[in-house]
Design a protein around this ligand. Sequence first.
Ligand SMILES: [Zn+2]
Length: 309
Amino acid sequence: MSYTHTFAGNPLNRADSERRDEELLKRLMRHGNVRMLPFHELKPLVRRGPHAELAWIGHELLYGLPPEADEPKLLGLDHDRNPYFAIDISIVKDPSHIAALSLGASFEDGRTAATELPPNQSGILAQARSNLNWHAKHRFCSVCGTESKSFRGGLMRECPSCKSQHFPRTDPVVIMLVYRGEKCVMGQTLARSNSTFYSCLAGFMDQGESIEEGVRREVREEAGLDVGRVTYHSSQPWPFPASLMIGCHAEAISEEILAEPGEMSDVRWFTKDEIKLALEEKLKGVNIPGKIAIAHHLISAWANGTANI
Ligand SMILES: [Zn+2]
């Protein structure tokens, strides 16, 4: 079974050859059918009608911006070769006049909006949000400190002084449901210690580490358990700010949990029956992630016997 999670399934063609042509990029920004998605402090413009949708605006958006505003970043082209851009308008203190360009639209938290957007629009949102955040946080060359400049419609920055090229980062995270027979492990992070929220164990991958090694290290650090077999399940872009969640099932070969007190407030075994109740939101005192998160699908695949393990 293949999964297209929320924040994946972006239908746009990322237009690799077009974005290398700086003159063409300028023309695409003024294209009659251009669609621009503004973000204010990383919140996308979302329109609320019968359904939620990303609130695209034509190039009239650009005329209401101060000259020092960041230039739009190319997301890609649709089937009819209409160009799509995202633009960071955080420089505008009060963006209400820009929101007003689209009737019924307002700047909304991207994570909340994603649960209500059509699936492929959440993929566009993920690409746009991660890219704009990278530009906002990487204005200066990490080699010599000079302010760098965006090229390729936002897929590269180059330093005008030392000519170093810098590329948008994606941070891989391993997220795994640890199981042993008819039991599985879920944990509660310190940040959630006053809640009933439990989820899969997860952590950023280290450099020089395979996915399997990352899974085994994280499970040992967070739960004190040894893991044998690791099976890949699916992956999910997570644009807060730029992670790639690599979802796995991990078979524990030891039993005793030793939670890492500096990181986890609780880690414990759950039976398959408890997990099935939790999936139906009927397990007392325990809430698990909703369908927006890959964790939900790792848990349900194991509980429903559809995981490839
Ligand atoms: Zn430099």
